[in-house]
Ligand binder design. Structure first.
Ligand code: DLL
Length: 432
């Protein structure tokens, strides 16, 4: 089932035409209504009239998180505050949050974008959906809530935490779909096991996960433990929140809502277009956002894009699962290491659970990478031969993928920290 056939099955030429028309409008609109853009474009010597083709977007300067921070809280607004109907914020790693605002029209577009992705993921009107994202300034909970509501599903705004109660609700209210971070989905699965439940005790069939990175292996683990079809969903507050892209039931890349978001993949080092189909930094332009124009926003997320039509019948471009972020790529002894590569290896070992921690230290000017993993159960606790053999196999698999030696620490079942929201996997203790 396709929510909006006209858009989601548009030919590439028509989509390009629509994007160009919207881009021209948006660049002129931002230039005329947001002093930040006028100043930046004047300094760079570009005028809205220079945008004649989609490729001309490359003439425009980028917007970064720092620009948003420098213009905190309302410097990017292009409409008076009286036109704003919703305000969200994304928690920054330090200092003030990034504030994002929506006009009534932006809210409508946001809802439609999420509704499309919900349907693509297999969500239907008769679903009972439990939203296990934190309600509040975070865009995840309300964003998904609105989209599911739009397709007519019954929405349970459960929020995060109190996992035992979540499970009770899931059983009693006959929840068929859940929305959460992938790590919280696994936390729910663990708690179900601990409480003695089996997947058959529930009616779950669909899971929309997102807001943090997850490997194919992690999705397979979620599918196995919860008996549902998991899909990956991507978005970011600065552009809209959830609703930028999401996987369909075929799980072969996240369909981008291209009529609202124009995407570029840039070579991280040169900031010029990456070759077709190559990984690079995703730069996004909101083509329709009225309240806060966002043109060429550097997401720091690393992905690649496939423009071929999907077997599901949609023609919208698909972005690959994120490889990581340019700022979470670890450089260990000169080698680039992404946490997602480590996760991919760990999840192939059924003797260990899905939670892990990566600790980076520097001793005597040498980087050291430690990976802490957890036993999946208590069956080999105390069996030093089995533990040693497991440790050797995991280290060797990590070395094959990462090309560096890793210190591996195996800890007891359920002893690593669990997260309700985005999981924190990397602890970098190096002082620069
Ligand atoms: O996380 C929006 C969202 C909510 C998306 C719910 C999907 C579901 P922020 O809090 O602003 O917004 O964080 C955005 O999270 O730049 C990525 O680095 C990361 N991220 C989001 N979705 C994914 C994903 C929401 N599916 C930042 N895979 C982004 C990997 C993701 N990383």
């Amino acid at each position: 089932m396709i929510y909006d056939e006209r858009i989601e099955q548009m030919s590439r030429a028509e989509m390009r035409e629509l994007q160009l028309e919207r881009l021209k409008y948006m660049v002129a609109y931002a230039y005329d209504n947001v002093p930040f853009y006028k100043k930046k474009y004047d300094e760079a010597g570009v005028k809205p009239s220079h945008i004649k083709t989609l490729k001309d977007i490359e003439k425009l300067p980028f917007v970064t998180k720092t620009d948003l921070r420098d213009n905190y809280p309302y410097g990017f607004l292009s409409v008076p505050l009286s036109e704003i109907s919703r305000i969200h914020a994304s928690s920054g790693t330090s200092g003030k949050p990034t504030v994002v605002a929506y006009t009534a029209e932006d809210m409508e577009i946001w809802t439609e974008c999420v509704a499309r992705l919900v349907v693509a993921a297999g969500g239907r009107k008769d679903d009972i959906v439990q939203i296990c994202f934190g309600y509040g300034l975070f865009t995840g909970a309300l964003g998904l809530h609105q989209g599911w509501e739009r397709i007519g599903a019954a929405v349970i705004p459960a929020s995060t935490g109190n996992t035992e109660r979540q499970i009770m609700l899931m059983k009693d209210l006959q929840t068929t779909a859940i929305v959460s971070t992938p790590s919280y989905a696994l936390r729910i699965a663990e708690e179900m096991e601990r409480l003695g439940y089996k997947p058959e005790d529930f009616k779950l069939r669909v899971g929309l996960f997102g807001s943090e990175a997850s490997s194919e292996e992690m999705h397979a683990e979620i599918a196995r433990k919860l008996h549902l079809l998991p899909t990956d969903n991507y978005g970011l507050s600065e552009l809209i929140g959830p609703g930028v892209s999401g996987e369909c039931e075929h799980k072969c890349g996240m369909h981008i809502n291209e009529d609202h978001f124009y995407s570029e993949i840039l070579d991280h080092a040169t900031l010029t277009p990456a070759s077709d189909g190559e990984y690079g930094e995703l730069v996004l332009t909101a083509l329709t956002k009225k309240s806060m124009p966002m043109i060429r926003y550097r997401t720091k997320d690393i992905t690649k894009i496939d423009y071929t039509p999907c077997v599901c019948g949609r023609t919208t471009a698909r972005m690959a699962k994120l490889k990581g972020r340019t700022d979470d790529m670890l450089i260990i002894k000169g080698v680039n290491v992404f946490p997602s590569q480590i996760e991919g290896v760990l999840l192939t070992f059924k003797e260990i659970g899905a939670s892990y921690e990566i600790v980076v230290t520097r001793e005597d000017y040498k980087d050291k990478l430690e990976v802490k993993v957890e036993l999946a159960d208590d069956s080999i606790v105390g069996d030093y031969g089995a533990l040693e053999d497991l440790s050797r196999r995991i280290r060797s698999a990590l070395k094959t993928v990462l090309q560096i030696d890793v210190k591996l620490t195996i800890v007891d079942h359920m002893s690593l920290t669990r997260y309700d929201g985005k999981a924190k996997r990397v602890i970098d203790l190096r002082k620069y």
